[in-house]
Design a protein around this ligand. Structure first.
Ligand SMILES: [Zn+2]
Length: 88
């Protein structure tokens, strides 16, 4: 006899902003970004933008292409650090 026990996926925890522990370069505004904010263009979009929480005005586009929030943050941080900037 078999009990049909539906395997319920574990309830996903509410999305909370994760702190990035990666080293982040300064924003062109002169401040170190305390946090990165990722803005998706929409569901399924491959390209996202990342802004620093310092000023929120400088944005870097990067190929996100993942649903994994942590991977997104790592990619965002890499794009943030790799983007050319000029200190005033
Ligand atoms: Zn800034």
């Amino acid at each position: 006899m078999s009990e049909d026990q539906p395997v319920a996926p574990p309830a996903a925890p509410p999305a909370e902003p994760k702190e990035i522990t990666l080293e982040l370069l300064h924003c062109p505004c002169g401040e170190p970004p305390g946090n990165l904010r990722i803005e998706m263009a929409g569901a399924g979009a491959k390209v996202a933008q990342v802004r620093g929480s310092c000023c929120g005005s400088w944005a870097v586009e990067f190929i996100n292409n993942t649903d994994d929030q942590e991977r997104s943050l790592i990619k965002a941080a890499a794009a943030w650090n790799a983007a050319p900037r000029w200190a005033g």
